[in-house]
Design a protein around this ligand. Sequence first.
Ligand SMILES: O=C(CO)[C@H](O)[C@H](O)COP(=O)(O)O
Ligand SMILES: [Fe+2]
Length: 225
Amino acid sequence: MTRNLKAMIGPSILNSDLSRLYEESQKLLDNGADYLHLDVMDGHFVPNLTLGHPVVKCLRNKIKDVFFETHMMVSKPEQWIVPMADAGVNQYTFHIEPVDNVAEVCRKIRENGMKVGLAIKPGTPVSEVEKYISISDMVLIMTVEPGFGGQKFMQDQMTKVKYLRDQYPLLDIEVDGGVGPATISCCANAGANMIVSGTAVIGAADQAATIRSLRDTVQEAINKR
Ligand SMILES: O=C(CO)[C@H](O)[C@H](O)COP(=O)(O)O
Ligand SMILES: [Fe+2]
């Protein structure tokens, strides 16, 4: 069976009104989001705290049939695999930098019924993640230093995206950080197909039009390739 790459937009709710997490999430989905990107920070791997598995579980109780990706910016990703699986997460994306045995974490994620995403910070060479591609479902190339929404897009990270796309035509490649209408062409042309966008989508006057336009730009680049 041939599998085609698909353009997908997964808004980050990090910079939304978190007292209204469900309403904000449902609005994004009603406006065409393909999946939700939930940023989990532990105050240790990154200098910020967000939400954990109890909150994700509550959100899952209200939103049933939507793909949840958790972006685990945590020092001990192995610690949260079982609770996140229990909370109804579909894809567990973790940073490889603090992990000694990446293969073992990948195995445990799969064993708990979730897809595996591997994330790298801007300073981490792409070769560090490339060795694990065969045991993962997606690679996330961070386009800001993880920890905060609303930062400036780092264009120099596109060399990593382009390298991976050239080597792995069907790999799901995600970008995250400072991505919006002004930077989407850059990501699409480099070869990213899974797009996380926080501030640009949350703050858009017309959320549906913004999501549609981001996805169209990425799909056009895929179709041209
Ligand atoms: O992982 C993240 C930060 O570490 C967020 O997903 C990311 O910053 C999205 O927000 P924005 O589009 O505003 O940059
Ligand atoms: Fe993120």
